[in-house]
Every structure is written in C-alpha cells, then in structure tokens.
Ligand binder design. Sequence first.
Ligand code: AQP
Length: 331
Amino acid sequence: MRFLSGIQPSGNITLGNYIGAVKQFVKLQDHPDFTDFMVFVADLHAITVPQDRQALKKNIRSLVAIYLACGLDPSKVHIFIQSEVSEHAELAWVLECNSYIGELERMTQYKDKKAKQTEGVSAGLLTYPSLMAADILLYDADCVPVGQDQKQHLELTRTLAERFNNKYGETFVVPKPFIAPSGAKIMSLTDPTKKMSKSDPNPKAFISLLDDINIIRKKIKSAVTDLDAKVAFDPENKPGISNLLTILSCCTDTKIEDLVKKYENSNYATFKEDVANAVVNEIEPIQKKYNELINSPIIDEVLDQGRDYAKYLARKKISKVYNKVGLGRKR
Ligand code: AQP
C-alpha cells in the first residue's frame, strides 16, 4: 500500500499539525502494510492565499527540517516539495476540467477561507480540492490520512477518480480515508471552538513547534478555559479544558478518562502546569534536532532523492492521463 500526505508551508507548523499529522506519520512509517511512504511540502496549496515570498521560502525548508526532526526517516520515507514535481499542476488542470463549480463551491474549507479573505478571493482557493485530488491520484495512493476537516476533500477526490475512470477507462486507484482515532483535532488556545491553525493572525491562538519554550508555557497558562474550575472532558460545554485534556493525552500517550480521574481534585493552574510540561517535553527534543538540521546539506540530499522518486512515478501517470484524454500527439 502507498501512503501519501502533505502539509502546507503557510506558517510555522503548529502543535495541531504535529499531533494531527506528523506524529501519526512517524508512527505509521514502520507499519508493515505500507510498502511505500511519501510525504511532501504542499507549497502550491499555500499560494491559494497571499504569501510573502521570503517567508514562504523559509517555511518550505523549515517544514522539511521539522519532518526530519520529528522522526521521519528518509530511508523509509520519500520527502519532496510539491512544486518541484510539475506533474501535480498538470494533473490538477485535467481534474479541474472534470470538476463542477457547484461541487467545489460546496466545500466547507473554501467557504471558511473565502469568508476570512479581506482582499480578492483567488480562483485557486476554489480549485484547491482538484489540486489535492491530483496530489493523491498522481501516485495511486491507497492511504491518505486526513483530519475531519479534510474529509470532504478526500470524498471529492474519490468522486473525481471514479468520474475519470468511468469516462476514460480505469486510470486511478480510488483512495481510502484514514482518520486517526484520537487527538485528530486540536483547537485554538484563544477560541477553543475553532481549529488551531498556523496562519491564525493571533499568535497566542497556536503553539508553533519553533516557539521559545517560555512562550509555549505562557501560551498554555493563558489558554481560554471556563469559570467552572473542574477538569472534565466535555467538548461542547468545556471546549478549552477538553482541548487541553486532548493535548495532554496525545503528548503523554495516556487515555483521557485516566487523566480526568487524575485531575478530578486539581485546580486549573496545576492542570495547566502539567499540560505545559508535557508539551515542552514533547517539543524540546524536536527543537534540538531541528537546530542541528536546518543549515545542514542533509535537507537538500533528502529533497533531491524525494523529488527524483516522485517525478518518476508522476511522469508515468501523467503520460497515461494525457493519452486517455487525447492530449498531445497521436499515440
Ligand atoms: N488543529 C489541528 N489539529 C489536528 N490536525 C490538524 N491539521 C491541521 N490543523 C490541525 C492537520 O495537519 C495537516 C496539514 O495541514 P495543512 O497545513 O495542509 O492544512 P490545514 O489543515 O489548513 O492546516 P492549518 O495549520 O490550519 O494551516 P492554514 O492556517 O494555512 O490553513 C492535515 O493533515 C491537517 O488535518
């Protein structure tokens, strides 16, 4: 089975991206079901909203160093940059021509991001799911791990694959979603009803894996909770405390119900102190490795290998697609 996933370099990767995605990849890279494991930097997706050129370049390299620092092993995982494999954009165009505007406009993430845009909304924001479908279908990925928020896009990918296969003959593998059982969604620290996002304009809303350790402690101590003063798991009525319980559970590999028992007589200050310690214990070693890697030639070696491997698979698939659609010279 081929595993494939990517993260946008749209900011510094957050504790949410780490718990919901990278930590899962690191666990799964040793899973015997996966004969092929591909993780990329989704830079083409990042430009669907405005990006600063220098910041984008920095974030791309930084994300690769983070992947490695978190434990992705380049002898098991092909790591590459999406824009270095031009077939992603080529297949995205073909899939866009087989996507309906109505189905793209129905996507919740498009509606949310559109509402947040203060200036013109790019056509790329609307067609983002067709590019995501191209990322997956280009490699016949069987397994694509997604958080709840990306589930709708994966369903559209399945629809597009089936539509293309029906119209032009068997071409793509229809991918299955893979949703991590717990800790899949980490919420904002300032508004725990909203997802923690790396592009949140308020830096107090998220923990970046590259935040100074003291800042991380401060952000957790000032995380929005409630006046109830009882540590309990109730995402609807106590979203802030429930989010901190989820974070603690994921950072310590402890069940939420065991944590609720442990803290039933604790005040919020003690509980938050323990959450902060657990997050720091998880992030500090990653930062140490990151600092060793960020200026080392290893990053380019890993990316060259990843690009060559991805390009080899992608070229074969795009030639097949162009031929089926009738593009280019007669074959
Ligand atoms: N808060 C989260 N909790 C758990 N998982 C999360 N992911 C994102 N946020 C959380 C997972 O991280 C992976 C990569 O996400 P992405 O960068 O491709 O897109 P995103 O979901 O839009 O992430 P952000 O941080 O919210 O980025 P911006 O601010 O640029 O939109 C995915 O597997 C996602 O589920």
